[in-house]
Design a protein around this ligand. Structure first.
Ligand code: SF4
Ligand code: SF4
Length: 280
């Protein structure tokens, strides 16, 4: 039987998921439960509890054999099911083989520089990606991973040899702050930061700046900047409360990080040698 992976969505053309024009594939399911996640409906796999079925105004959801089945052609993308789900999941997920995903990429191939796989957490689908990436390379296109760094990349040399670069989140460096923010001690992304740099596979690092947490922000930015220098891009991202679930808002607030505050952290990073740091 062919391997499949749960695909939340495929965006045919994106210019915000890596360099150039890219097709972005978002997998369902994550290894972290970050309090500031903007897409919390991608965190877990559907448990088929049925709670979302009655709220669908388009009758695009039905129960069959103990499973909730989604009819994409009836769906009006109103997101009522996502709001009704108590499990940080979505019923709008397709189980796809690498060949099926590749068939969609072939359609956009003449117009893109490559693909970016994201999530959820794309590295949970490492076996699937090892099938997909060579297919994409056969078209002369690049393959980037947008990753939270929770996979031990040292254990997957075959995956890395097929991957053109990892866009790595370093969300925090203080272990206690990591536990609060991510539900995880955050050691693995730090190990991956060093490993991917040495392996020449670090495309960029991203750090979110939170309002009201200057010590935590500063520690993270300093740690990353001193390691990466000018060897990769460093994207400083403003915290934005849109889509964040209530426990995240309670901790992090309902205000965006001010642009000038984010710029100050980018300047700090540049002053420490990360010459490619900028706010996005
Ligand atoms: S987004 Fe969800 S609730 Fe809305 S039409 Fe589609 S399946 Fe139904
Ligand atoms: S998407 Fe959520 S509410 Fe709907 S069946 Fe799955 S787990 Fe239940």
């Amino acid at each position: 039987m062919k391997k499949t992976a749960p695909v939340n969505k495929i965006i045919p053309f994106s210019n915000v998921d890596g360099p150039g024009n890219r097709t972005s594939i978002f997998f369902q399911g994550c290894s972290l439960e970050c309090l500031f996640c903007h897409n919390p409906e991608t965190i877990r796999l559907c448990r088929h509890c049925g709670a979302c079925v009655p709220v669908c105004p388009a009758h695009a959801l039905r129960e069959s054999g103990g499973r909730v089945v989604w009819n994409p052609s009836a769906c009006v993308q109103c997101d009522a099911c996502l709001k009704a789900c108590p499990h940080l999941a979505s019923p709008r997920v397709r189980e796809m083989t690498a060949e099926e995903v590749f068939a969609e990429i072939r359609r956009t191939a003449p117009y893109i520089d490559g693909i970016t796989v994201s999530g959820g957490e794309c590295s949970l689908r490492h076996a699937f990606l090892q099938e997909l990436f060579p297919m994409v390379h056969s078209l002369g296109k690049t393959c980037l991973m947008d990753s939270n760094g929770s996979l031990d990349y040292r254990q997957f040399p075959a995956l890395l040899s097929e991957c053109d670069g990892v866009m790595l989140d370093i969300k925090a460096v203080d272990l206690q702050w990591c536990r609060t923010l991510l539900g995880n001690d955050g050691r693995m992304p730090l190990a991956n930061l060093d490993f991917l740099l040495q392996a020449g596979r670090l495309q960029e690092v991203r750090t979110v700046i939170f309002p009201g947490f200057p010590e935590e922000n500063g520690r993270t930015v300093r740690y990353v900047a001193e390691r990466i220098g000018d060897r990769c891009d460093y994207k400083i991202i403003r915290y934005r409360p849109f889509g964040v679930r209530p426990d995240g808002i309670r901790l992090l607030g309902d205000e965006c990080t001010a642009q000038e505050d984010a710029e100050a952290y980018a300047a700090l990073a540049r002053s420490l040698g990360a010459s490619r740091a900028r706010v996005i």
